[in-house]
Design a protein around this ligand. Structure first.
Ligand SMILES: *[C@@H]1O[C@H](CO)[C@@H](O)[C@H](O)[C@H]1NC(C)=O
Ligand SMILES: *[C@@H]1O[C@H](CO)[C@@H](O)[C@H](O)[C@H]1NC(C)=O
Length: 380
């Protein structure tokens, strides 16, 4: 009777011994195979679970060897429920914004490859986890260029956190893969919502000041813009990164929208004046290093405002920087009806907003077609 029980118990124990010994070996082997896939996939890319890991200067490749962590909930910051002055008669999103306005620092989740010391132009593009096709299109069109006339250009995507899934896969996992594969993802742990775009702005500014201030110029744009990088460089040719520069589709004396039904509605309590300071249409604008670093400082003592472009305008006003209007930035797209998709028009511009991935690809191929023949000048 005794032995009868003893044998199965022992088998059981041998089985568990195998499991205990084999699992770590298999994990190690698979991990090893996965991360050796391609050397450029390892360099400077990784998933960090705490932002202070980065601040301590740990090399990113260390994180590549950490097994995937379960998805942590999005960082929350305690709301100021009893904060006086949050009126109840404004929309709930605006109330939420005001309750969370004091939460300004969130940990970094994904960090891109380090910036080269001789980087000339940084292309910083706001994106969200779900816009995989837009990022793919940008990497294969204007974002793909690494040098223009000997000057280094570099693409980085700016993202918050998404809890969504695609076909059962968490978007966060897909993004971690993109980060390993391309090393161009800069992500922080706040919800990627419309009203959190200003958070993205302030986090980008401080990342730039700390980790990428070698870059001489920065183009900040959306992930649905066409950018003529060659024209940008031509425009920057005689400019110094240590002078202030802020150029784009400048909007002056814009009136805050007071109609509750519109996307950009701002109640009087959030902005009592009846004109915004001058700002650039958010599709994209160009800045010098001096201006970006100045903005980082100015942003630190400016209250967050839900419209990120206007927030930047408020900071620029504090800095006394003159905003330069340039006709080549079409942040409202092209307005004329005749042949708006003419590559000869795009060849004259710096930036056009609101193109889908296929249009981006098509336009990029056409603009770069050596056989494209254009009339000498195009009236816009
Ligand atoms: C911004 O992100 C934080 C952190 O994820 C979240 O608590 C907050 O609700 C978000 N704010 C808005 C207005 O979406
Ligand atoms: C901007 O100009 C105003 C008035 O001209 C001046 O008081 C202020 O100190 C200036 N600010 C900066 C940051 O130069």
């Amino acid at each position: 009777m005794k032995t009868f029980i003893f044998i199965p118990r022992c088998l059981n124990c041998i089985f568990w011994c195998y499991v205990l010994v084999l699992t770590p070996i298999l994990c190690f082997l698979f991990g090893w195979v996965d991360f050796r896939a391609s050397p450029e996939e390892i360099v400077g890319v990784g998933l960090a679970r705490r932002s202070h890991d980065f601040q301590n200067g740990n090399s990113a490749s260390e994180f590549s060897h950490t097994p995937p962590q379960p998805l942590a909930p999005v960082s929350e910051c305690l709301e100021k429920v009893s904060l006086p002055g949050i009126p109840q008669n404004i929309p709930v999103v605006h109330q939420l914004f005001l309750q969370h306005k004091h939460c300004r620092t969130f940990p970094r989740l994904l960090t891109p490859r380090v910036c080269d010391h001789d980087l000339y132009l940084l292309l910083a593009v706001k994106s969200t986890a779900a816009q995989i096709d837009r990022r793919a299109a940008l990497r294969n069109t204007w974002g793909q260029v690494e040098t223009i006339r000997g000057k280094k250009v570099r693409l980085v995507f700016l993202l918050g956190r998404s809890q969504d899934n695609v076909k059962g896969y968490p978007l966060q996992r897909l993004l971690e893969y993109e980060s390993r594969r391309f090393g161009d993802i800069l992500q922080w742990d706040f919800a990627d919502s419309f009203f959190n775009l200003t958070l993205k702005e302030v986090h980008f500014l401080s990342w730039f000041s700390q980790d990428c201030r070698e870059a001489q110029f920065v183009l900040k744009g959306d992930d649905d813009v066409f950018i003529h990088t060659g024209n940008l460089l031509e425009f920057l040719q005689d400019r110094s990164p240590s002078d202030h520069l802020f150029a784009g589709d400048i909007i002056s004396k814009a009136v805050p929208i007071r109609n509750r039904k519109l996307k950009y509605f701002i109640p009087v309590v959030m902005f009592p004046a009846n004109r915004y300071p001058p700002y650039a249409g958010g599709g994209g604008y160009l800045m010098s290093r001096q201006t970006v670093i100045g903005l980082d400082r100015a942003a630190q003592d400016t209250d967050l405002f839900p419209i990120d472009d206007v927030f930047v305008g408020m900071c620029l006003q504090k800095m006394n920087v003159t905003l330069v209007f340039h006709d080549g930035f079409r942040t409202f797209g092209l307005r004329q009806k005749i042949t708006p998709f003419d590559p000869c028009i795009y060849r004259e511009l710096m930036l056009v907003h609101k193109l889908n991935s296929i249009e981006l690809w098509t336009m990029w191929s056409m603009v770069n077609d050596p056989n494209l023949i254009c009339r000498k000048s195009i009236k816009l």
